[in-house]
Design a protein around this ligand. Structure first.
Ligand code: NAI
Length: 459
């Protein structure tokens, strides 16, 4: 039986472990912290637990709109944090159970690659050596730090630290308007903090379609979240126990004062001190270089997840982990990136996949774009969730759907209809002709597909 050793137990590593077992291998998974990695312990899952509380806080303040007379008293933050911790421990226990059920040997400790077949694990003072036929590197990522004055001072935190903050800060300045920045802006603004976002590029969520990003910016503005775009942070200074963030914009200098500053300027692959270069693994900057079969420059050693850079999302890590495990055990499969969903859990939510209109145009593809606003949907209106729209990008020549973007209620779930369409090469006509139940939040996808053909009914 082949022995596969996996370094890192996040969504890349633990999924690779299960797949390798399913394919008949003996598997050892090395993890120095809790199973589930950043996503389960300090990322996706705890932030979603807090976002759920944020959603309920907002709803509780508008219950009268729905004919429910109830008094909103206050936010019990310790309970919010306690529930978040329970959610995390529940999900982590689930992964432990999964490893157990699958007969995966989990070794606690910090592992280093010694050579293509050997991992040395420091299990707290003692060193153990694992010899394997194949190795999968899934060491994840760490929060990036700007090398600017004041970023390592007190009161400047990463998202992991903010998830455990003991009380709601009266004011929060967020540096970076990417995924982490906007989700935390949503949470803390609902909790009552005065939130300011400082973003270097020309809009928040700059990787999203312009019109979709503008919808979120509008919703944030209505909720009193201040946003400075095209703004370059210079330094953070401490003044009377508070933080002053100094930034420049249009050649002028500004400052925002806050109790707490969140640094959310991206993540770096966690590839230092893992013995990679020494073992002969070729790198691409901080990322492990891999091919489409997830194999590194060392034959028999594979990589997946944030450690290999590219699209640094948990579900991409898991997909890459499955591809890595399958190839390690004799299959020949390639990782496909054309229909990856990207999801942001703000209110309204954002979901997107494939090409945006601008990306298609930049590639010289002639496209038709269909749109449908949720305000035209009966279900969205009944739910009191009329913000946002669906956009579908269609290849003018073949009619195939190349991508789609949704900003609105349940966008993170709805996007999967478009993910399926892009994956299988479905046309706008096929999606437009598919009968969608009424009244549902999926109907706007059908309408947007029909709109691309110039025949939406409810527009
Ligand atoms: P990000 O790359 O999404 O966003 C960082 C933002 O900071 C960018 O908009 C960038 O323009 C801005 N920025 C960079 N330097 C700056 C500076 N000096 N001043 C002002 N702005 C600056 O990274 P983020 O938000 O930290 O997220 C980290 C990782 O976690 C990402 O890989 C993301 O994909 C993942 N993530 C995914 C979520 C989801 O799928 N819902 C939620 C949260 C994180």
């Amino acid at each position: 039986m082949a022995h596969v050793a996996i370094l890192g137990g996040g969504p890349g590593g633990y999924v690779a472990a299960v797949r390798a077992r399913q394919l008949g291998a003996d598997v050892t998974l090395v993890e120095m912290d809790a199973l589930g990695g950043t996503c389960l312990n300090r990322g996706c899952i705890p932030s979603k637990a807090l976002l759920r509380s944020a959603e309920l806080i907002r709803l509780a303040q508008h219950l009268d709109e729905f004919g429910v007379e109830a008094e909103f008293k206050h936010v019990n933050w310790p309970q919010v944090i306690q529930r978040k911790n329970q959610v995390v421990s529940h999900v982590v226990k689930g992964i432990e159970y999964l490893m157990n059920q699958n007969g995966i040997r989990v070794m606690e400790g910090r592992g280093r690659l010694a050579d293509a077949r050997t991992i040395v694990v420091d299990t707290g003072g003692r060193e153990e050596t694992i010899t394997a036929d194949k190795v999968v590197l899934a060491t994840g990522s760490v929060s990036a730090r700007l090398p600017l004055p004041g970023f390592d001072g007190p009161g400047v935190v990463t998202s992991a630290e903010l998830l455990d903050i003991e009380r709601i800060p009266e004011s929060l300045t967020i540096i970076g308007g990417g995924y982490v920045g906007v989700e935390f802006a949503d949470i803390f603004s609902a909790a009552g903090s005065k939130v300011t976002i400082i973003e270097m590029l020309s809009r928040i969520v700059p990787t999203e379609d312009e019109e979709i990003a503008a919808e979120l910016a509008r919703a944030f503005r209505r909720r009193g979240i201040a946003t400075h775009v095209n703004a370059r942070v210079m330094e953070i200074v401490e003044k009377d126990g508070r933080r002053l963030v100094r930034f420049s914009k249009d050649e002028k200098e500004y400052e925002v004062e806050a109790e707490v500053v969140l640094s959310a300027v991206g993540r770096w692959p966690n590839t230092e001190d893992v013995g990679l270069q020494e073992a002969g693994i070729e790198m691409d900057g901080r990322s492990i270089k891999v091919g489409v079969r997830m194999e590194t420059s060392l034959p028999g050693v594979y990589g997946c997840g944030d450690a290999v850079g590219g699209i640094m999302l948990a579900h991409v890590a898991s997909a890459e982990g499955k591809v890595a495990a399958a190839n390690a055990l004799g299959q020949q499969i390639e990782m496909a990136y054309s229909a990856i969903p990207s999801v942001i859990y703000t209110h309204p939510e954002i979901g997107s996949t494939g090409l945006t209109e601008a990306q298609a145009q930049a590639k010289g593809v002639d496209v038709k774009v269909g749109k449908f606003h949720f305000r035209g949907s009966g279900k969205a209106t009944a739910e009191g969730e009329r913000e946002g729209l669906v956009k579908i990008v269609v290849d003018a020549a073949s009619g195939k759907i190349l991508g789609g973007q949704i900003c609105g209620p349940h966008a993170t779930d709805l996007i999967h209809e478009i993910v399926l369409a892009v994956s299988v090469g479905a046309t706008a006509q096929q999606v437009g002709d598919m009968v969608h139940a009424h009244p549902t939040l999926m109907e706007p996808i059908m309408e947007a597909a029909e709109d691309a053909l110039g025949r939406a009914i409810h527009k």
